[in-house]
Write a protein that binds this ligand. Structure first.
Ligand code: ADP
Ligand code: XUL
Length: 519
């Protein structure tokens, strides 16, 4: 049985074809939005904007990427053998569709590009994505409507966060009432792309619904007072949420004809990239922890019982039905790239700089807020350097990486997370020098998969599981994921004290900078 997993992330679309019976990855392919679809004008997958708080992407770019990817896959794999397709997407982003969406989807023709046919269905030409931080006012209003930040977190799994879909919808309804009135459907990136494959508007899965501030994560349904606080008639516009393992139906006949899929190829609900990655990394047991170093840096852990999280953290639902404790940092790969580019280095040069500098960087510290930060909340970007000359390229490279993992370690400690092993994924996990710093700072081994995009792999595994649930998540993790894992990178034990001290210094520097900004 062949299955296909797709991941539409911030910067790229990745496909993984898995022979589920043999437990073997047959084919992987990636499209990079900036490089392969340059006419959309994105940089790092998003549209440049003079206000750093406003970050949108063109939904038609994602559609065009899907079209192009499926066509290219057909050149490499016999798509008639694909039994099911599941997917994942960057979390939180929202797509606004007009009354023609359902009709146009049903009437898709196999002989015309998908983006061309769906262009008329957009009620808003761009989609705000997770990097957007323009909704502080809406976050406060939502929290006030739900009885405060703590109550919002209790019900929805998170306090109100700028990038979450509910506050994003509220801002749109408030600032562009006419366009909101013309919006018949709102979908997350995941459920938008799943709708195209299934040929009808489908609901958002529980994993991505947990990133909206609109979903009651215990009852597993939309929370009516949150819907009401964010937009009139939101329940109808969002559709019912679905369990992550839902088989939505067969592929749209027009897409089957366009690309050569069998008519009975099943479409499985899509989810968020982090939930999908948890499956692709084999995190199916309580306490399993991961470090995702994509555009965002994310620390997440699987938990059978609902974890208690500090205000900066989130509780999401994973594709297995377990809980995920999660912290997301906006200054991830793009901050590392900013330092790399500032010193005119490539990744090999960046890694060499890490190798030349001592753990702890002789007390040289950076607060790496190149763009608005999520954790801690930093609205106005600004990099702070302590004992660090910006001209010192080597120390600057180490400072940005140490800052990122120390910040993560501090939040992990606040949440009572003490990982015994970290699974690493995302673009920067290709870099062993960066993973060594993570191992040293967390004082635990770090292990990565030979498949770089574990969200797409996780999507493929989810497709297999939806068709044959009897093997179970444990079985699939042992048979498919485990053989792909590389040997762990061990922590250097003699760095433990150095990083204990540096973590204290970092916390003090961060607190004083936040106090200075607040004052
Ligand atoms: P996303 O899934 O969020 O679109 P990816 O997981 O594909 O992003 O990661 C893309 C990022 O990976 C790039 O922005 C780049 O900074 C980073 N990256 C790629 N190769 C390396 C490397 N060798 N060392 C460090 N970072 C890398
Ligand atoms: C998670 C988050 C990001 C996006 C993009 O809450 O905002 O990790 O999913 O990858």
């Amino acid at each position: 049985m062949l299955v296909l997993g797709l991941d539409s992330s911030t910067q790229s679309l990745t496909a993984v074809v898995l022979d589920a019976a043999a437990g073997r990855v047959l084919h992987q392919q990636q499209l990079v939005f900036d490089r392969d679809l340059p006419h959309h004008g994105t940089r790092h997958g998003v549209l440049p904007h003079p206000d750093p708080a406003i970050v949108h992407a063109p939904p038609l770019m994602w559609v065009e990427a899907l079209d192009l990817m499926l066509a290219r896959l057909g050149d490499a794999v016999d798509l008639a053998r694909i039994a099911a397709i599941a997917g994942s997407a960057q979390q939180h982003g929202s797509v606004y569709l007009n009354g023609a969406f359902a009709e146009r989807l049903a009437a898709l023709r196999p002989d015309r590009p998908l983006a061309e046919q769906l262009a008329v269905t957009l009620a808003r030409p761009t989609a705000p994505v997770w990097l957007d931080s323009s909704t502080s006012e809406d976050c406060r209003a939502l929290e006030a409507a739900l009885g405060g930040a703590a109550e919002t977190q209790r019900i929805t799994g998170s306090a109100a966060f700028e990038r979450f879909t509910g506050p994003q919808i509220r801002r749109f309804a408030r600032c562009e009432p006419a366009a909101w009135a013309a919006t018949a459907q709102v979908r997350l990136v995941s459920s938008f792309l799943a709708s195209i494959l299934a040929g009808l508007p489908v609901g958002t899965d529980w994993g991505d619904a947990s990133g909206t501030n609109l979903f009651d994560i215990e009852r597993r349904c939309w929370h009516p007072p949150a819907l009401q606080a964010c937009g009139e008639g939101l329940a109808e516009r969002l559709g019912e949420p679905v369990a992550p393992w839902t088989v939505l139906g067969p592929i749209h006949p027009a897409l089957a004809a366009r690309f050569g899929f069998a008519r009975d190829c099943r479409i499985v609900a899509w989810t968020g990239d982090n939930p999908a990655s948890s499956v692709g990394l084999g995190l199916v047991r309580d306490g399993h922890c991961a470090l995702s170093l994509g555009t965002s840096d994310v620390l997440f852990a699987i938990s059978a019982a609902r974890p208690a999280m500090p205000p900066a953290g989130h509780v999401f639902l994973s594709p297995t039905g377990a809980y995920m404790a999660l912290f997301c940092f906006a200054n991830g790969s793009l901050a590392r790239e900013a330092v790399r580019d500032e010193h005119r280095l490539d990744w090999a040069g960046f890694s060499a700089a890490l190798a030349r500098t001592p753990p702890g960087n002789a007390g040289r510290l950076m607060l790496p807020w190149f763009r608005p930060e999520i954790v801690p909340r930093v609205a106005v970007p600004g990099v702070v350097r302590a004992n660090l000359s910006p001209g010192d390229a080597d120390a600057d490279c180490r400072a940005v990486v140490e800052a990122q993992f120390i910040s993560m370690r501090l939040r992990a400690e606040a949440a009572g997370l003490a990982p015994a092993l970290l699974h690493a994924t995302g673009g920067a996990a290709q870099n062993p020098a960066i993973l060594q710093v993570a191992a040293d700072i967390f004082q635990c081994p770090v292990r990565r998969s030979r498949v770089t995009n574990t969200a797409a792999l996780g999507a493929a595994i989810r497709a297999a599981h939806a068709l044959r649930p009897e093997e179970g998540w444990d079985g699939l993790a042992a048979r498919v994921v485990e053989p792909l894992l590389e040997p762990p990178i061990p922590p250097r034990r003699d760095t433990a004290d150095i990083y204990r001290r540096l973590a204290r210094q970092y916390a003090e520097l961060e607190a004083s900078e936040l106090a200075r900004r607040g004052g």
